[in-house]
Design a protein around this ligand. Structure first.
Ligand code: CA
Length: 196
């Protein structure tokens, strides 16, 4: 089925995705056969439920948040193009060497800023551009499970917001977030080795 699926992807489409995401030709055909095997209705798009069957996401405490990042606002389906665009955030930055020689390429999806923006959106559940106290609390709760008491988690959240937020409105903007993670190795932490 995999080989049949890859023949359905047009060559010019592969070229466009390559340019947009930085994935190689063979990575794209590999991802396409993964995509089609997840596409249970065979309608060319994936639903939230389709993505939930990816084992790596099923065991990730933030799996549901990551899955929601695949969907544009108000959408409940993602096509192959959107699928690769989301995954491209996880490409290692050092894989950009070839791309940086192309002056028309623009800022790559896997730049430090775009990786940070992706993680920011995991926390910004209502997509209003700020992480509220409640959003931070909810996402941290997903990460730590029941090992930490509400009270402790609440004080971690308050401290983080205090540290991050210089204009004092009790929420974290993307600029605050960038400053907060200044010394954090997001390049390494947000990279997945995709098979070549
Ligand atoms: Ca928000």
């Amino acid at each position: 089925m995999g080989s049949q699926a890859s023949t359905l992807l047009r060559e010019e489409e592969i070229e466009e995705i390559k340019k947009e995401t930085g994935f190689s030709h063979s990575q794209i055909t590999r991802l396409y056969s993964r995509f089609t095997s997840l596409d249970k209705c065979q309608n060319g798009t994936l639903s939230q439920e389709d993505l939930q069957s990816i084992p790596e996401l099923a065991i990730n405490p933030l799996g549901d948040r990551i899955i929601s990042a695949f969907f544009a606002e108000g959408e409940d389906q993602v096509n192959f193009r959107g699928f690769t665009r989301t995954l491209a955030h996880f490409r290692p930055i050092e894989d950009n060497n070839e791309r940086s020689n192309d002056p028309t390429a623009g800022e790559p999806i896997n730049s430090r800023t775009n990786k940070l923006l992706f993680s920011f959106r995991l926390y910004d559940m209502d997509r209003d551009g700020r992480i509220s106290r409640d959003e931070l609390l909810q996402v941290l709760r997903m990460m730590v499970g029941t090992n930490i008491l509400d009270e402790q988690l609440g004080s971690i959240v308050d401290r983080t917001i205090q540290e991050a937020n210089w204009n004092g409105d009790n929420s974290i903007s993307f600029d605050d977030f960038v400053k907060l993670l200044e010394d954090f190795d997001v390049e390494q932490k947000m990279s997945i080795r995709f098979l070549h």
